[in-house]
Write a protein of this length. Structure first.
Length: 511
C-alpha cells in the first residue's frame, strides 16, 4: 500500500487494516491504529509505520483512545517467507526473550549485525525493539484482563526487571501500570488462579476450525467441540494447559483464552502459538474476496466466510502427526495417535480431564514406534524422524521458509511433497500451498463443481487454483470442508459416510 491508500484507509476508519500498519501524527506525538475514532489528521502531519516498534523508536507514544496495541497482528508474517517474515515469527514466539538477538540470528543463519540491518531497513526497528514492543503488548493485555501482581506481569511479559517494565509501559503508553489497570481493568475472577484473556481477531470468523481440531483431538491430551478446544502443551519452561472458547451469541462474538496452567516465562510463547493455531492474524476479507472470484469456490465462501487455516502448536509434534496421518483417514490417524500417546508422560499440571503430554521425539524413538499398527515401513520412518529430532540432527520450525523446510524434510524416508506442503501450511502458515495429490482435495473439487467452468474449455479455470494465489492454502481448507460434507450425505438405505464432521476430511497423500 502506498501513502495515499493508507491515508484513505484511516480517513474511512477501516478496521480491516488494524494491526497491518500504524499511523503516527507529528503534531501530537502519538501513534494510532487505522480505525482510531479521533479526527483524521492532516496528511502533511502523518507518517505510517509497519510496526508499533518503529513508532516507539521514532519517539511516538500509543494512543490512549484507540489502544493500537490491542489489535490482531499483521498477516504479512505468514505471507512473507523472506528473512524479515521468518524473524518476526520467531520474535513473536519469544526467541529473543529466551535466547537473545544472537540466538535469533543463529537460527536464521545471519550475524546479529546483518539481522539488525535487515529488520531496521524493512520495519524501521531492530530485533530488540520489536521484541520490546511485543513485551509491552503482552503486559498491557495482562494488566487490563487479570489481577496478577505487577511483578508477575513484568516477568510473564518477558521483562528482565520490574524497573524495566515500569519504564517501558510509561514510555510506550504514557501511563503507569497502575493507571493502565485502573482505566481498563476487566472483571476479575475471584479465587481462581486461571488467566482469562480475550483474543482479538479480524471478522468474519468461521468457527469450523474448532471442528477441524476436535475430530483430530487425542483423548487425555486434547478435547474439542464445535465451539471450544483445550489441550496440554509442552513449552520451553514447563507444561501448560489452556482452553479457547468462541461465543457467537455474545456481543462482539468473543474468542476467550483461559490458561489453566503455565510457567509465566512461557506466557508470550503460549499467546503467540494459540494465535497461530487459530490463524487470528489473518485478513479474512482480503482472502475471501480473492477466493470468491473463483466460480468453484464462491458458494463455499458465501456459506462460510472467514475460514481459518489451523496452525501448529509444536512443529515436531506436527511432523509426527502428518507422517502418521498420510494415506489414511482422519479417524484412523486419531486411533494410531491415541496408541502412540501411551508413551507420553503424565502432565505436571493436569486438569479438565487432560492429564497427558504428547510424546517427545525421544519417547517416540525409544518406545512409541513399536505401538503403531500397520506397515512396518511407516513405523521405521517415524522412528528415523523421531531420532533425528531427538538428537538435533533435524531442527525446523517457525523460522523456516517453504524451501528450507523441504530441504530439511524431504531426505527423510516416508516424507514426500504432500507432507512438506501440509507442514508448510500448519507450521509456517504459508498461505499459498495447494496439495494437488490430496484425495480429499480432489473430492472437494468434484463436490464444488457447479458445471459452469471447466479446465480447457471456454472460461476455463486451472486445476491448481492459481487464480486465487496467494491464498491457495485457504482454498484447500474449503475443498476439505466440501469433501467432508459430500461424504456425509446419506446413501441409499439411510446410511452415511462421514469423513469427519464438517471440516474433518480424509486427508490422504497419494504419493
Amino acid at each position: 500500500m502506498d501513502f495515499w491508500q493508507r491515508y484513505r484507509a484511516i480517513d474511512a476508519r477501516d478496521t480491516r487494516f488494524d494491526g497491518q500498519f500504524f499511523t503516527a501524527v507529528r503534531t501530537t506525538g502519538i501513534y494510532c491504529r487505522p480505525s482510531c475514532p479521533a479526527r483524521t489528521p492532516k496528511a502533511a502531519n502523518v507518517t505510517f509505520y509497519e510496526t508499533s516498534a518503529a513508532a516507539h523508536d521514532a519517539g511516538y507514544r500509543a494512543c490512549k483512545r484507540c489502544l493500537p496495541e490491542a489489535v490482531p497482528g499483521t498477516p504479512a508474517w505468514n505471507v512473507r517467507q523472506d528473512i524479515a517474515g521468518r524473524a518476526m515469527r520467531l520474535i513473536n514466539d519469544g526467541v529473543v526473550n529466551r535466547d537473545g538477538v544472537d540466538g535469533l540470528a543463529t537460527r536464521l543463519g545471519y550475524s546479529s549485525r546483518q539481522l539488525n540491518r535487515i529488520l531496521s531497513q524493512e520495519f524501521g526497528a531492530g530485533p530488540l525493539s520489536l521484541a520490546r514492543a511485543g513485551r509491552a503488548q503482552t503486559a498491557r493485555t495482562l494488566l487490563v484482563s487479570t489481577s496478577m501482581k505487577f511483578a508477575d506481569v513484568a516477568f510473564a511479559a518477558g521483562f528482565s526487571s520490574v524497573r524495566q517494565f515500569n519504564e517501558t509501559m510509561l514510555e510506550v503508553f504514557d501511563m503507569t501500570p497502575t493507571a493502565l489497570r485502573a482505566a481498563r481493568h476487566a472483571k476479575a475472577h475471584g479465587g481462581s488462579t486461571a488467566l482469562t484473556l480475550s483474543l482479538p481477531y479480524r471478522e468474519p470468523f468461521d468457527p469450523g476450525i474448532f471442528t477441524f481440531l476436535a475430530v483430530r483431538a487425542i483423548p487425555g491430551i486434547e478435547a474439542g467441540s464445535a465451539t471450544s478446544y483445550a489441550r496440554t502443551l509442552r513449552l520451553p519452561q514447563g507444561d501448560a494447559r489452556f482452553r479457547v472458547e468462541y461465543d457467537a451469541g455474545a456481543p462482539g462474538r468473543p474468542l476467550t483464552l483461559t490458561i489453566g496452567a503455565v510457567d509465566l516465562r512461557d506466557l508470550p510463547a503460549l499467546l503467540s502459538r494459540v494465535r497461530r493455531l487459530f490463524d487470528l492474524d489473518a485478513d479474512p476479507v482480503a482472502i475471501d474476496s480473492a477466493l470468491a472470484g473463483d466460480t468453484r469456490l464462491s458458494p463455499s465462501v458465501a456459506a462460510a466466510p472467514g475460514v481459518r487455516m489451523p496452525g501448529a502448536l509444536d512443529p515436531a509434534e506436527m511432523l509426527v502427526r502428518a507422517m502418521i496421518g498420510q494415506q489414511i483417514t482422519v479417524a484412523a490417524a486419531r486411533t494410531a495417535l491415541t496408541q502412540l500417546a501411551a508413551v507420553g508422560r503424565s502432565s505436571q499440571s493436569p486438569g479438565d480431564d487432560l492429564e497427558r503430554m504428547f510424546p517427545t521425539p525421544a519417547e517416540i524413538a525409544a518406545d512409541g514406534h513399536a505401538l503403531l499398527r500397520g506397515p512396518r515401513k511407516r513405523a521405521d520412518s517415524l522412528r528415523t524422524a523421531a531420532t533425528a529430532l531427538a538428537d538435533g540432527t533435524l531442527d525446523f520450525g517457525y523460522g523456516d521458509d517453504v524451501a528450507s523446510l523441504g530441504a530439511k524434510l524431504l531426505p527423510l524416508p516416508g516424507v514426500g511433497p504432500w507432507t512438506v506442503g501440509y507442514l508448510a501450511m500448519r507450521v509456517l502458515g504459508a498461505p499459498d500451498i495447494f496439495l494437488a495429490n490430496d484425495a480429499a482435495v480432489r473430492n472437494g473439487v468434484k463436490a464444488l463443481d457447479q458445471g459452469d467452468a471447466s479446465v480447457g474449455g471456454p472460461g476455463a479455470v486451472s486445476p491448481d487454483f492459481r487464480e486465487v494465489s496467494p491464498w491457495r492454502s485457504y482454498a484447500t481448507m474449503h475443498l476439505w470442508r466440501a469433501a467432508a460434507h459430500a461424504a456425509a450425505v446419506p446413501r441409499r438405505g439411510g446410511t452415511t459416510q462421514s469423513a469427519g464432521a464438517g471440516t474433518g476430511t480424509a486427508e490422504k497423500a497419494t504419493r
